[in-house]
Design a protein around this ligand. Structure first.
Ligand code: GLP
Length: 242
C-alpha cells in the first residue's frame, strides 16, 4: 500500500478527483468503482468542478457502487442511489443506464448479488475502485469478520456503523437500515487499482490499524495489503497516529 498525506480534506478530495479525471481522459470507456459517505461528497464536488472546467466526457464510462441499503422505500432520499444521483450522476455527462448499484429492494437478494457480480465481470472488471473506511474498519459494508474471499452479499450492519451513518438520517439511528448489500472484500480486491480515501481525526485510530496493524478479518481494510496497487490518500488529521 502506498500512502500520501495531504494537508486537509480539501487537498485529499482534489487529488482523488484528479486521479479519476485523468483516468477518464486516458480511457474514456473505463469502469469506475464508486463509494458513498461524507468523505466522498467532497471528492465528487471536486470531480464535478474538474468535469465542468475541462469538459470531461463520461459518456462511455460505466460505474459500479460498493453497496446499497436493504429495505428502504423506492426513491428514498437516504438510498445510495439518491446520494449518487445528487452528488455526481446528475452533475456530469453520464448516461444513467451506465451507473450501477446493487438493488437493495430486490425480492431475491441472493440472485441480485449474483447478478451484480456478473455485471461487473461482463464490464471487464473495475479499473479504479474508490473506498472509504468506516469506524469499524469496514470497506464497502464489509463488517468485522467478513472473509477476505467474500463476494457481493447481504450483510447485517454493526451497531457502530449504524451510529456513524445516522448523521445521514437526520441523526435518527432507528431510521438506519439493519442490512445492506455490499461488494465483498474479494470483489473489491479484484479491482485493478484501489484508492482509499480517509480524512478527519475520528478515524485516526482505525486508519493506523488498517495501515500499520496486523492483517486481520476483524478490520476488513487490512485486506488491502494483499492488493498490488492500493493508494491511500489521507489528510494530516487522520494520519496523526501513523
Ligand atoms: C458508509 C459506506 C462506506 C464508507 C463509510 C464512511 O458506511 N458504506 O463505504 O466508507 O460510509 O463514511 P464517511 O465518509 O461518512 O465517514
Amino acid at each position: 500500500m502506498k500512502l500520501v498525506v495531504r494537508n486537509d480534506d480539501r487537498a485529499v478530495a482534489a487529488m482523488t478527483a484528479r486521479l479519476i479525471a485523468d483516468l477518464v481522459k486516458a480511457r474514456p470507456d473505463c469502469v469506475l468503482g464508486l463509494a458513498t459517505g461524507r468523505t466522498m461528497e467532497r471528492v465528487y464536488g471536486e470531480l464535478v468542478g474538474i468535469s465542468a472546467a475541462e469538459g470531461l466526457d463520461f459518456s462511455r464510462c460505466r460505474t459500479f457502487n460498493l453497496d446499497e441499503y436493504i429495505g428502504l422505500p423506492p426513491g428514498s432520499v437516504h438510498s445510495y442511489r439518491t446520494y449518487m444521483n445528487e452528488h455526481l450522476f446528475s452533475r456530469i455527462d453520464i448516461p444513467i443506464g451506465n451507473t450501477m448499484l446493487p438493488d437493495g429492494s430486490a425480492a431475491d437478494l441472493v440472485a441480485e448479488a449474483a447478478r451484480y457480480e456478473d455485471a461487473i465481470r461482463r464490464a471487464g472488471g473495475i479499473d479504479l475502485q474508490l473506498v472509504g473506511i468506516g469506524e469499524t474498519g469496514h470497506i464497502g459494508f464489509n463488517e468485522p469478520l467478513s472473509p477476505f474471499t467474500s463476494r457481493t452479499r447481504d450483510i447485517t450492519l454493526a451497531p457502530g456503523t449504524r451510529r456513524q451513518n445516522a448523521a445521514l438520517f437526520d441523526g435518527d439511528i432507528d431510521a438506519v437500515p439493519q442490512r445492506a448489500l455490499t461488494m465483498g472484500v474479494g470483489t473489491i480486491l479484484e479491482a485493478r487499482r484501489i484508492v482509499l480515501v480517509a480524512t478527519g481525526s475520528a478515524k485516526a485510530s482505525i486508519l493506523a490499524q488498517a495501515v500499520e496493524g496486523p492483517v486481520t478479518s476483524m478490520i476488513s481494510a487490512t485486506a488491502l495489503h494483499f492488493h498490488q496497487d492500493t493508494l491511500a490518500i489521507v489528510d494530516e488529521d487522520v494520519a496523526r497516529h501513523l
